[in-house]
Design a protein around this ligand. Structure first.
Ligand code: GAL
Length: 687
C-alpha cells in the first residue's frame, strides 16, 4: 500500500466532482508512457505543459506491464508517472488496467475467452479478449481493480476512475458457455417461470416451447431465423451483463475510495448499437464519451453533433466529458483521411457547444509500434513542427479562453426520442424489409433539424417531455404502453408530435399490437394501416401536398393507411402502388397536434416538412444562420449564456446576435458576429 502523500481534501464519504482540481475545461487524452523510454517521458512533461493539458487517462491497457507474470507486480513506472503528472499540475483519469487481460491469463484460463454466435473463439493477440460474464475473469479483474485503488486511491493526481475501456466495443455480444449460463439466470429473474417466458417469446410457434430454463440457449447460429424475442432479450441481457461488469468494478473502487468519481467511456455514436446507454446513466458519476468522425461521410460534422447530443441525453442534460476523439486521421476505417484545416478545432468545440466540459483525445503521443501507429495523436510522429501539434497548442489556448462555460447547460425546446431496445427490435431479421436501419431514420430527422438550426435533446420515450414544444418520434418500432401514453400526453399538453413509419408496432416482447398499425399510436394519430408496402431497392415514389410544400420524392417504405374522422391528409402518394392514399397526416389533439409520416421522405420533402413542424410548434432557432453554420447555446444559472457559432462552410458568415464579448478574439460584439470561413466563435451574452 502506498503512503498518503497529502491529507484528503474532500469529505471522504461524498463523491467529489471529477474536475474538482481542474481549472476551467478539461484538456488532454490517453497517455501511454509504458510504450516509451524515460527520455521521451521527460520530454512529454514539457510538451504537455506547452499544450496546456490538465487531464490524462492513464494505464488503460497496462495490465501486462504492471503484472508481467502472475502475481509479479511492477509499479515503478506508474508510481513515477503519477508523481510526475501531479508535479506538472495534471490530473489523472486512472484506469483499472483491465481493458485487456495479459497473455499469461488467457493461456492459463482459455475458458475466459469470448465466443461468436457460430462458436468461433476470439483469441488473445488483439485486445478485449475476455468474457464479461466469466466468474474467473471477474475474479482476476476485481483483484486488479482493487490493487489500483489500494495503491493510488489517495494519490493527489487521481481525479477519476476510468473503469476498463469502451466496455462492449469489440465484443458487444458474447455467446460463450459463461454467457449462456448468465443469460439463463437473467431470464429466470425477468420471467420468474418458464411459462411466462414461453408466453413472452411466443414459443407455440415452430415448436419452440421450453420445458425449463436449462433448455434455453443464446441465439446461436441456427438453420433459420431465431426466435425474435429470444434475440431481443439476448440484446437486453448483453447490455445488462456489460453494465454488471462495470458495476462490480465500480463497487470495488467505491468501497476502497468512496470519494473518487467513477466512469467508463461510452460510444454514443450512430454506429454503436450494443449497449442501452440510457440504462447505464445512473451508474456513472459523469458521462464520458468517445467519438470518431467517419472520413467517408460528407456530413460527418452532423453525425458528430448527434453523438454529442446523445451523450448529453444520457447525462440527463448535465455536462459530460469527451474522453476520446482524434486530432486527425484514425487507423481503422477503409481510408483514413487526415482532418482538413480547422476541422479539429471545429470538431472539439462542437462537442463543447453541446455540453462537454472536457476535450480529450486518443492519444497524447502517436505510438511507434502496434496496430494504432497510424492513428493520429496530439503529438504526431513528425514531432512539433507540424500542423497537428500547432492545432494541439492552439486548442489548449482556446479552451482556456472559453473555460468559463464549464458547468453551463445546453438549452432546447425540441425532443428527439431515442430508444436502444427499439433500435435492436427494429432491425431484427424476418421483417417487411431488410433495408430499414433505425439509425438512418433517426439521423435523417436529426440532420433536417440541424439544417433548420434547431438544437434537440435526445430523450427516451419515458422521459419527462414537459417543456418540449416539438417531439420527434422516428421509427419507434417497439414501445411499451407507458412510453406511448407519454408521447400522447405531450400532444395533449400542446406539443407538436411527429411519429414516423414502423413506429408503435410491437410491445416490449416484440408482439404485434393488433387492430391495425401503428397500434400504440393509432388513436393519437387518427390513422389505421392495414398493410405495409416496402419499396424495392432503387424504387421511389412521389408524394404531393402542403406537408411537403408541393411535391417530394420518397423511398423505402409505404403503407395502406386509412384516416379517422378529423384527421387531415396533408400529403398523398401521387404514383406507385399507393397512388391516391395518405402519406402524411395531421390530427389536432388536446392543445397540440400529432403528425404521421408513413413513408421515407427524401431530403427536400423532409426539410419542407420539418420547417412546417418547427413553425407550427414555435420552436425558433437560437440565431438565424446561413446553411452550414451551426449555432448552439449554453446557459448558466446566473443569466450568462454563450452562443457557439461553428462555420462549416468555405464562406464567411455574419450573424445577427445579441451584444456581448467574443471569447476567442476577445472583441466586443454589438449585434453582429462575424464568423470567418471554417472558424468558430464563442459569444458571451447576458441576454
Ligand atoms: C477507441 C479506444 C482507444 C483507441 C481508439 C482509436 O475505441 O478506446 O483505445 O483504440 O478507439 O480510435
Amino acid at each position: 500500500m502506498r503512503r498518503r502523500t497529502t491529507p484528503p481534501l474532500f469529505d471522504p464519504t461524498a463523491v467529489r466532482p471529477w474536475n474538482a482540481q481542474v481549472d476551467g475545461l478539461g484538456y488532454g487524452g490517453d497517455y501511454n508512457p509504458e510504450q516509451w523510454p524515460d527520455e521521451v517521458r521527460v520530454e512529454d512533461l514539457r510538451l504537455l505543459r506547452e499544450a496546456g493539458v490538465n487531464v490524462l487517462s492513464v494505464a488503460i491497457f497496462a495490465w501486462a506491464t504492471i503484472e508481467p507474470r502472475e502475481g509479479e507486480l511492477d509499479w515503478t513506472w506508474l508510481d513515477e508517472t503519477m508523481d510526475r503528472l501531479h508535479a506538472a499540475g495534471i490530473q489523472v483519469a486512472l484506469a483499472t488496467a483491465t481493458a485487456s487481460p495479459p497473455p499469461w491469463l488467457t493461456r492459463k484460463h482459455p475458458e475466459i475467452l469470448p465466443r461468436l454466435a457460430d462458436g468461433t473463439v476470439l483469441h488473445q493477440g488483439a485486445r478485449q479478449s475476455y468474457s464479461v460474464t466469466h466468474p474467473l475473469h471477474r475474479e482476476y479483474a476485481l483483484r486488479m481493480t482493487a490493487r489500483m485503488a489500494e495503491r493510488y486511491g489517495d494519490h493527489p493526481a487521481l481525479a477519476l476512475w476510468h473503469v476498463d475501456n469502451e466496455i462492449g466495443c469489440h465484443v458487444p455480444r458474447d455467446y460463450s458457455d459463461a454467457a449462456a449460463a448468465a443469460f439463463r439466470v437473467w431470464l429466470a429473474e425477468r420471467y420468474g417461470t418458464i411459462e411466462r417466458l414461453n408466453e413472452a417469446w411466443g414459443t407455440a410457434f415452430w415448436s419452440q416451447r421450453y420445458a425449463t430454463f436449462e433448455d434455453v440457449l443464446p441465439p446461436l447460429v441456427a438453420p433459420m431465423f431465431s426466435n425474435p424475442t429470444q434475440q431481443l432479450d439476448f440484446d437486453r441481457f448483453s447490455s445488462d451483463a456489460l453494465l454488471d461488469y462495470y458495476r462490480d468494478l465500480r463497487d470495488t473502487l467505491r468501497e476502497l475510495t468512496p470519494h473518487v468519481p467513477t466512469t467508463t467511456n461510452l460510444m454514443t455514436t450512430s454506429t454503436t448499437q450494443g449497449m442501452d446507454y440510457f440504462s447505464w446513466a445512473d451508474d456513472l458519476d459523469v458521462v464520458a464519451n468517445d467519438h470518431y468522425t467517419i472520413a467517408a461521410d460528407p456530413d460527418r460534422h452532423v453525425e458528430l453533433a448527434l453523438s454529442a447530443d446523445l451523450s448529453r441525453g444520457v447525462a440527463g442534460g448535465e455536462p459530460w466529458m469527451l474522453m476520446e476523439h482524434s486530432t486527425s486521421a484514425v487507423n481503422w476505417q477503409p481510408r483514413n483521411r487526415a482532418k482538413l484545416p480547422g476541422e479539429m478545432l471545429r470538431n472539439s468545440l462542437q462537442h463543447v457547444a453541446r455540453g462537454a466540459d472536457a476535450v480529450m483525445y486518443f492519444q497524447w503521443r502517436q505510438s511507434r509500434a502496434g496496430a494504432e501507429k497510424y492513428h493520429s495523436a496530439m503529438l504526431p510522429h513528425a514531432g512539433t513542427d507540424t500542423d497537428v501539434w500547432r492545432n494541439t497548442v492552439e486548442l489548449g489556448d482556446v479552451l482556456r479562453r472559453i473555460g468559463e462555460v464549464r458547468g453551463s447547460r445546453v438549452t432546447s425546446r425540441a425532443a428527439l426520442l431515442v430508444d436502444y431496445p427499439a433500435w435492436w427490435a427494429a432491425e431484427l431479421d424476418s421483417h417487411p424489409t431488410q433495408d430499414l436501419r433505425y439509425m438512418d431514420e433517426l439521423r435523417a430527422w436529426y440532420a433536417a433539424l440541424w439544417r433548420r438550426g434547431v438544437t434537440v435533446d435526445t430523450v427516451t420515450p419515458r422521459a419527462d417531455l414537459d417543456g418540449y414544444d416539438l417531439i420527434v418520434v422516428p421509427t419507434l418500432y417497439l414501445v411499451d404502453d407507458e412510453g406511448a401514453e407519454n408521447v400522447a400526453a405531450g400532444a395533449e399538453r400542446g406539443a407538436t408530435v411527429v411519429v414516423t413509419f414502423f413506429s408503435g408496432i410491437v410491445d416490449e416482447n416484440d408482439q404485434v399490437r393488433l387492430g391495425g398499425y401503428p397500434g400504440a399510436f393509432r388513436d393519437l394519430l387518427g390513422v389505421r394501416t392495414e398493410e405495409f408496402t416496402p419499396l424495392q431497392e432503387g424504387e421511389s415514389v412521389r408524394v404531393v401536398g402542403k406537408a411537403v410544400d408541393g411535391e417530394a420524392g420518397a423511398d423505402l417504405w409505404g403503407e395502406k393507411t386509412h384516416v379517422a374522422d378529423g384527421t387531415e391528409v396533408t400529403a398523398t402518394y401521387d404514383d406507385g402502388p399507393l397512388a391516391g392514399r395518405p402519406a402524411v397526416t395531421r390530427r389536432y389533439v388536446g392543445s397540440g397536434a400529432a403528425w404521421y409520416v408513413g413513408t421515407r421522405l427524401r431530403r427536400d420533402g423532409l426539410d419542407a416538412l420539418v420547417s412546417r413542424l418547427v413553425e407550427e410548434s414555435g420552436v425558433v432557432p437560437e440565431v438565424v444562420a446561413p446553411a452550414g453554420v451551426e449555432v448552439v447555446r449554453r446557459a448558466a444559472e446566473d443569466g450568462r449564456a454563450w452562443l457557439f457559432a461553428i462555420n462549416h462552410t468555405d464562406e464567411a458568415a455574419a450573424l445577427d446576435t445579441p451584444p456581448g464579448t467574443e471569447l476567442l478574439t476577445g472583441s466586443a460584439v454589438d449585434g453582429r458576429l462575424d464568423v470567418p470561413a471554417g472558424a468558430v466563435r464563442v459569444l458571451r451574452t447576458t441576454a
